[in-house]
Design a protein around this ligand. Structure first.
Ligand code: HEM
Length: 362
């Protein structure tokens, strides 16, 4: 899917998310599910060629199981399993992980079947169609050892779905929580959005005119540090690094925390400080140590999509709503201690999303 089409999908989805937020009429609620569903619908549009209703139980199940697996994959039980794989069947958490993966594969298989039935080789609706079209043409050519087989399709779709949902949704939820916690920063973001957008719906092009908002999004990603351990890598040959020999086949965890919170790189590494990304003219300042998407050949392939989603969802949400802690809860009470998993997400909490249009009228 091209950049313009992804942008339109995000803007359309924003309409659905806004409706859900408006239904709460400024009362406190947990934003976890609607934010997850909205973000998940973007990768769904790319993969399946369609969005799902937020009430659809199949969709809810797939999102819930993917999220649960991301929590499980960062748990100590799975570290024990990694050291002693034979223990797997005796570990309840490992069994849940396997059951979730099987259920997701079954759900994907059913969705693929529907797409297969209505496949038009001349018009691909998304990733799955393109894969199926390629698979069929390879079958016709009788090529052997092709990667275009069902198992590869199911695993790739499951990976794209979970990699494309939890990460971006978690970052957005950190962002909304940080806005509620630091209202003076939210004030500045909203002032910039109101001045520069003058009420029109934000599009990607607007990013360059919103340097403060862009700096805030960068800082949310830096402090949020949502993939602290990165993804495990393995050396494919002997490597000498900083005088140390790392043998071929060694598992390496390139810790992203070590750069995102590096005391030698950041003026105030442990504080939410958007100034990290602003130069003296108030323009966005690029920083080498900003690498939430990792680096090198295996860095996140979803970076540009994720950045577009973060910008459009965050800016649109802040344009329409004021985010505050629930009545009786102070900004200081909003606890930034994360829930640990493969990604770090905010602890369960509720926020109020107060319509800014109504607020201005009152
Ligand atoms: C804020 C959002 C996101 C963050 C912070 C993030 C971060 C990361 C990181 C740190 C990695 C590991 C890179 C490495 O191994 O060095 C990764 C891998 C990956 N990401 Fe993302 N990601 C985000 C959004 C997305 C989205 C929207 C997609 C959907 C297309 C996506 C798809 C993937 C995939 C498929 C991989 C595995 C790549 C491989 O194994 O080579 N990510 N991501």
């Amino acid at each position: 899917m091209g950049k313009k089409l992804s942008e339109q999908k995000i803007l359309d989805e924003m309409g659905y998310l806004r409706e859900v937020f408006e239904k709460f009429q400024g009362n406190p609620f947990d934003m976890h599910e609607p934010v997850n569903y909205a973000v998940s619908n973007i990768i769904s549009a790319i993969v399946y060629g369609k969005r799902f209703e937020y009430e659809d139980p199949v969709f809810q199940g797939m999102v819930e199981r993917s999220n649960q697996n991301i929590r499980i994959l960062g748990s100590s039980v799975i570290q024990i399993y990694n050291m002693c794989p034979f223990l797997g069947p005796w570990l309840k958490t490992w069994r849940t992980l396997m059951e979730n993966m099987d259920s997701n594969k079954r759900a994907i298989k059913k969705l693929v079947k529907v797409l297969q039935k209505t496949l038009n080789p001349l018009e691909s609706r998304g990733f799955i169609d393109t894969f199926l079209i390629q698979k069929e043409s390879i079958q016709e050519s009788e090529e052997k050892d092709s990667h275009f087989h069902e198992q590869n399709l199911l695993i790739t779709v499951a990976n794209l779905f979970s990699a494309g949902t939890d990460t971006t949704a978690t970052t957005l939820r950190w962002g909304l929580m940080l806005m509620a916690k630091y209202p003076h920063i939210q004030d500045r973001v909203q002032k910039e959005i109101d001045q520069k957008l003058a009420g029109h719906q934000p599009v990607s092009e607007d990013r360059k005119n919103l340097p403060y908002t862009d700096a805030v999004i960068h800082e949310i990603q830096r402090l949020g540090n949502i993939v602290p351990l990165n993804v495990p890598h393995m050396t494919s040959c002997d490597v000498t690094f900083n005088g140390y020999l790392i043998k071929k086949g060694t598992c390496v965890l390139p810790l992203l925390t070590s750069v995102l919170w590096d005391e030698n790189e950041w003026e105030t590494p442990n504080t939410f400080n958007p100034e990290h990304f602003l130069d003296e003219k108030g323009q966005l300042r690029k920083r080498d140590a900003f690498m939430p998407f990792s680096a090198g050949r295996r860095m996140c392939p979803g970076e540009s999509l994720a950045r577009m989603e973060l910008f459009l969802f965050f800016t649109s949400l802040l344009q329409h709503f004021r985010f505050t802690p629930p009545p009786g809860v102070s900004e200081d009470d909003l606890d930034l201690t994360p829930v640990v998993g493969l990604t770090l997400s905010p602890s369960p909490h509720k926020l109020c999303a107060i319509s800014r249009a109504e607020r201005q009228q009152n």
